[in-house]
Design a protein around this ligand. Structure first.
Ligand SMILES: [Zn+2]
Length: 146
Protein backbone atom coordinates (compact mmCIF):
# COMPACT_ATOMS: atom_id res chain seq x y z
CA UNK A 1 0.00 0.00 0.00
CA UNK A 2 2.69 2.52 1.05
CA UNK A 3 4.80 1.42 -1.91
CA UNK A 4 1.93 2.28 -4.28
CA UNK A 5 1.48 5.72 -2.66
CA UNK A 6 5.22 6.35 -2.78
CA UNK A 7 5.29 5.26 -6.44
CA UNK A 8 2.44 7.59 -7.38
CA UNK A 9 4.11 10.48 -5.54
CA UNK A 10 7.36 9.78 -7.36
CA UNK A 11 5.56 9.81 -10.72
CA UNK A 12 3.74 13.06 -9.84
CA UNK A 13 6.99 14.76 -8.76
CA UNK A 14 8.77 13.58 -11.92
CA UNK A 15 5.97 14.87 -14.17
CA UNK A 16 5.88 18.23 -12.38
CA UNK A 17 9.67 18.57 -12.58
CA UNK A 18 9.68 17.78 -16.32
CA UNK A 19 7.04 20.41 -17.05
CA UNK A 20 8.81 22.99 -14.90
CA UNK A 21 12.12 22.44 -16.66
CA UNK A 22 10.83 23.09 -20.15
CA UNK A 23 12.75 26.16 -21.35
CA UNK A 24 10.68 29.18 -22.36
CA UNK A 25 12.46 31.53 -24.76
CA UNK A 26 11.38 34.83 -26.24
CA UNK A 27 12.15 35.60 -29.89
CA UNK A 28 10.48 36.95 -33.02
CA UNK A 29 8.07 34.37 -34.46
CA UNK A 30 5.11 34.71 -36.84
CA UNK A 31 2.61 33.81 -34.07
CA UNK A 32 2.29 34.69 -30.37
CA UNK A 33 3.68 31.37 -29.23
CA UNK A 34 5.21 28.22 -30.61
CA UNK A 35 6.49 24.92 -29.27
CA UNK A 36 9.38 23.20 -31.01
CA UNK A 37 11.74 20.29 -30.30
CA UNK A 38 15.33 21.13 -29.34
CA UNK A 39 18.30 19.19 -30.75
CA UNK A 40 18.10 16.70 -27.86
CA UNK A 41 14.43 16.00 -28.66
CA UNK A 42 12.88 17.96 -25.79
CA UNK A 43 10.06 20.50 -26.15
CA UNK A 44 10.94 24.21 -25.99
CA UNK A 45 8.35 26.99 -25.79
CA UNK A 46 8.95 30.23 -27.67
CA UNK A 47 6.95 33.36 -26.86
CA UNK A 48 6.76 36.47 -29.03
CA UNK A 49 8.47 39.37 -27.20
CA UNK A 50 5.41 41.63 -27.61
CA UNK A 51 3.26 39.41 -25.36
CA UNK A 52 5.83 38.86 -22.58
CA UNK A 53 4.66 40.67 -19.47
CA UNK A 54 1.14 41.25 -20.83
CA UNK A 55 -2.03 39.39 -19.66
CA UNK A 56 -1.94 37.53 -22.99
CA UNK A 57 1.25 35.71 -21.94
CA UNK A 58 -0.69 33.60 -19.43
CA UNK A 59 -3.09 32.25 -22.07
CA UNK A 60 -0.40 31.67 -24.69
CA UNK A 61 1.75 29.81 -22.15
CA UNK A 62 -1.23 27.64 -21.24
CA UNK A 63 -1.85 26.84 -24.93
CA UNK A 64 1.82 26.05 -25.58
CA UNK A 65 2.12 23.84 -22.49
CA UNK A 66 -0.68 21.66 -23.86
CA UNK A 67 1.65 21.16 -26.85
CA UNK A 68 4.56 20.46 -24.45
CA UNK A 69 2.51 17.65 -22.92
CA UNK A 70 1.53 16.36 -26.38
CA UNK A 71 5.20 16.34 -27.43
CA UNK A 72 6.69 15.08 -24.17
CA UNK A 73 6.60 11.37 -25.06
CA UNK A 74 8.56 11.59 -28.33
CA UNK A 75 8.99 15.18 -29.46
CA UNK A 76 10.44 14.45 -32.90
CA UNK A 77 7.90 11.79 -33.84
CA UNK A 78 4.89 13.81 -32.60
CA UNK A 79 6.17 16.96 -34.35
CA UNK A 80 6.65 15.20 -37.65
CA UNK A 81 3.16 13.67 -37.42
CA UNK A 82 1.87 17.15 -36.58
CA UNK A 83 3.39 18.44 -39.83
CA UNK A 84 2.20 15.74 -42.25
CA UNK A 85 -1.05 14.47 -40.69
CA UNK A 86 -3.73 17.15 -41.06
CA UNK A 87 -6.38 15.54 -38.85
CA UNK A 88 -3.78 14.88 -36.12
CA UNK A 89 -2.68 18.54 -36.36
CA UNK A 90 -6.30 19.68 -36.04
CA UNK A 91 -6.91 17.42 -33.01
CA UNK A 92 -3.73 18.64 -31.26
CA UNK A 93 -4.47 22.31 -31.92
CA UNK A 94 -8.10 21.88 -30.90
CA UNK A 95 -7.02 20.48 -27.53
CA UNK A 96 -4.72 23.49 -27.01
CA UNK A 97 -7.28 26.07 -28.18
CA UNK A 98 -10.01 24.52 -26.02
CA UNK A 99 -7.78 24.58 -22.92
CA UNK A 100 -7.07 28.23 -23.70
CA UNK A 101 -10.80 28.91 -24.17
CA UNK A 102 -11.65 27.30 -20.81
CA UNK A 103 -9.02 29.48 -19.09
CA UNK A 104 -10.18 32.67 -20.84
CA UNK A 105 -13.78 31.95 -19.78
CA UNK A 106 -12.55 31.73 -16.16
CA UNK A 107 -11.27 35.28 -16.63
CA UNK A 108 -14.73 36.42 -17.73
CA UNK A 109 -14.37 36.30 -21.50
CA UNK A 110 -17.34 35.29 -23.65
CA UNK A 111 -17.24 31.58 -24.57
CA UNK A 112 -19.38 31.97 -27.71
CA UNK A 113 -17.20 34.78 -29.05
CA UNK A 114 -14.05 32.79 -28.28
CA UNK A 115 -15.49 29.71 -30.03
CA UNK A 116 -16.36 31.85 -33.04
CA UNK A 117 -12.74 33.06 -33.22
CA UNK A 118 -11.41 29.53 -32.83
CA UNK A 119 -13.60 28.33 -35.74
CA UNK A 120 -12.28 31.23 -37.83
CA UNK A 121 -8.67 30.23 -37.05
CA UNK A 122 -9.40 26.59 -37.87
CA UNK A 123 -11.06 27.60 -41.14
CA UNK A 124 -8.29 29.96 -42.28
CA UNK A 125 -5.14 28.38 -40.87
CA UNK A 126 -5.84 24.67 -40.41
CA UNK A 127 -8.34 24.28 -43.29
CA UNK A 128 -10.61 22.31 -40.97
CA UNK A 129 -14.30 21.49 -41.36
CA UNK A 130 -15.52 24.08 -38.83
CA UNK A 131 -18.79 22.22 -38.21
CA UNK A 132 -16.61 19.66 -36.36
CA UNK A 133 -14.68 22.24 -34.35
CA UNK A 134 -16.17 22.17 -30.89
CA UNK A 135 -14.85 22.51 -27.35
CA UNK A 136 -17.69 20.47 -25.91
CA UNK A 137 -19.48 21.42 -22.75
CA UNK A 138 -18.79 23.63 -19.76
CA UNK A 139 -15.44 22.05 -19.01
CA UNK A 140 -14.03 23.16 -22.34
CA UNK A 141 -12.97 19.65 -23.33
CA UNK A 142 -12.63 19.27 -27.09
CA UNK A 143 -14.65 16.87 -29.16
CA UNK A 144 -11.97 15.46 -31.44
CA UNK A 145 -12.76 15.58 -35.16
CA UNK A 146 -12.97 12.14 -36.86
ZN1 LIG B 1 -1.10 25.52 -30.91
Amino acid sequence: MWLVIFGLLLIAVTLLRNIRHVPVLSMEIPSQGRTICDLAGNPVVILAPQIVGTPEEHFVRLHEFVHVRQLSDNCGRAMSRFQYDKSFRISQELEAYCAELAERVKYGMNADLLMHNIRLIFDRIYEADTTKINCGGDNGNPIAPP
